[in-house]
Design a protein around this ligand. Structure first.
Ligand code: PMP
Length: 430
């Protein structure tokens, strides 16, 4: 399936291109509470293009058979679609081989897999697992569970806020060298924070950790959407992301791992498809990647990563990519001039220029949940609450916040509507 670009950017305006892109995503034309939907909760999940929706529907109608199990043609079609998606993921993140790409049920499942298996094999009493202060709960709690089982300790690379040295929310990478002691067995970091939108210097962090022989897992749940990912150039040992945040189906995720490490890990879940031979006494395990894919996978959802990643490429490349990048720059400039410059508003995550278009904030004296409810009445969908990053938000002194997160298909007009509606809601609550 190809997302051929029609015409020429010289002949088509940026508005034409944006309209064409938005027409491909049916949910963007919905109305909510009688208003056109302005969907700004893309960090939670993205809306799907017709190509993905049609693919899912066709797969259920025409290719619904279990994968890797049978000799009949329908099962072959299903297996081929599943493995084609694996190949698409491989090329999208530039993994060396299909063996490096494991399908899971999401970022959370991918991190849990590594935390459980890595700690079982390599982490013992008194060891340290190092995580970041800007982590999502999915990159905190699995390590705490695994550390408790191993008798190990979880330590945190603080942000400047946690150190009382600033309010940017940046991870204090300059502290990393002293934290990477001999006791640290693995480092789990975030490419782009789902709260601050800040891009961490993953390359710098990884090379420092590797200079001490410490492997690194990267939580790419937001990173995969907002930046090109080349796992070999990044040199991460593990990389996790979810399909649903990058225009694919829910209940599907990816774990990339370096082959020697994946081979060294014990299996995670036992069951069908992950075995070579089974007796009542002993089992030998399948080769990678199936060793980590026990049971019937979400084979239709996983297969939809093919059109989903093709759509992601279409949004990034050529004249469409250029037009959407320009629109994103306009959105960011507008948000900086309005929301981020308001003295009554604290936006978590600065500097503004160097971040993904994710704005988590509080307005002095106004409850975030109340604002979100009023915005919903005006057709604007934003997230409120802790955004699964309670320690980070608490460090800013917040117990809840509002978050507007933009995807490449959002427009400046939507940003303007959001800010206007926020003003109205704020006046109503003042
Ligand atoms: N990490 C980050 C940075 C995220 O933004 C999210 C989703 N909000 C996750 C992990 C968890 O992803 P999922 O719920 O799809 O497993």
């Amino acid at each position: 399936m190809h997302f051929a670009q029609q015409g020429n950017y010289m002949e088509r305006t940026r508005e034409d291109i944006i309209s064409e892109v938005r027409a491909m995503v049916p949910a963007l034309s919905l109305r909510m509470n009688g208003q056109p939907l302005v969907y700004l909760d893309n960090a939670a999940t993205t809306q799907k293009p017709s190509q993905v929706l049609d693919f899912l529907n066709d797969a259920l109608k025409e290719r619904n058979a279990n994968v890797h199990r049978s000799m009949y043609e329908l099962s072959d079609l299903s297996t081929t679609a599943y493995e084609n998606a694996r190949e698409k993921v491989r090329s999208f993140i530039n993994a060396p081989a299909r063996e490096n790409v494991i399908f899971t049920s999401g970022t959370t499942a991918s991190i849990n897999l590594v935390a459980a298996c890595f700690c079982q094999r390599f982490v013992g009493k008194g060891d340290v697992i190092l995580i970041e202060g800007d982590s999502h709960h999915s990159n905190i709690v699995p390590w705490q569970i695994a550390a408790e089982r191993a008798g190990a300790e979880v330590q945190v690379i603080p942000t400047d806020v946690m150190l009382g040295e600033g309010r940017s929310g940046k991870v204090a990478v300059e502290r990393l060298a002293e934290l990477l002691t001999d006791k640290v067995k693995i480092l789990a970091i975030t490419q782009i924070s789902n709260i601050t939108g800040l891009l961490n210097p993953v390359g710098e962090i990884i090379s420092l950790a590797h200079s001490r022989g410490i492997p690194v897992l990267v939580d790419g749940a937001q990173g995969i959407v907002h930046s090109p990912v080349d796992v070999q150039a990044m040199d991460c040992d593990f990389y996790a992301f979810s399909a649903h945040k990058i225009y694919g189906a829910t209940g599907v995720g990816v774990l990339y791992g370096k082959k020697d490490l994946l081979e060294a890990l014990p299996p995670y879940m036992g069951g069908g498809d992950m075995v070579e031979t089974v007796t009542y006494q002993k089992t030998t395990y399948a080769q990678l990647p199936l060793k980590f894919e026990a049971g019937t996978p979400n084979f239709i959802g996983a297969a939809s990563l093919l059109p989903a990643l093709e759509f992601a490429e279409y949004l990034r490349e050529g004249e469409v990519g250029q037009a959407l990048k320009e629109e994103e720059a306009r959105i960011k400039a507008f948000m900086e001039q309005t929301l981020c410059s308001d003295p009554e508003v604290e936006v978590y995550g600065t500097p503004m220029g160097d971040k993904a278009p994710i704005y988590t904030f509080n307005i002095k004296g106004i409850n975030a949940g109340d604002l979100a409810q009023l915005l919903d009445k005006m057709g604007v969908a934003v997230r409120s609450g802790l955004m699964c990053a309670e320690p980070l938000l608490n460090s800013f002194g917040a117990t809840s916040a509002l978050r507007a997160s933009f995807a490449p298909y959002n427009t400046l007009e939507e940003a303007q509507k959001f800010v206007k509606c926020l003003e109205r809601a704020r006046k109503m609550l003042a």
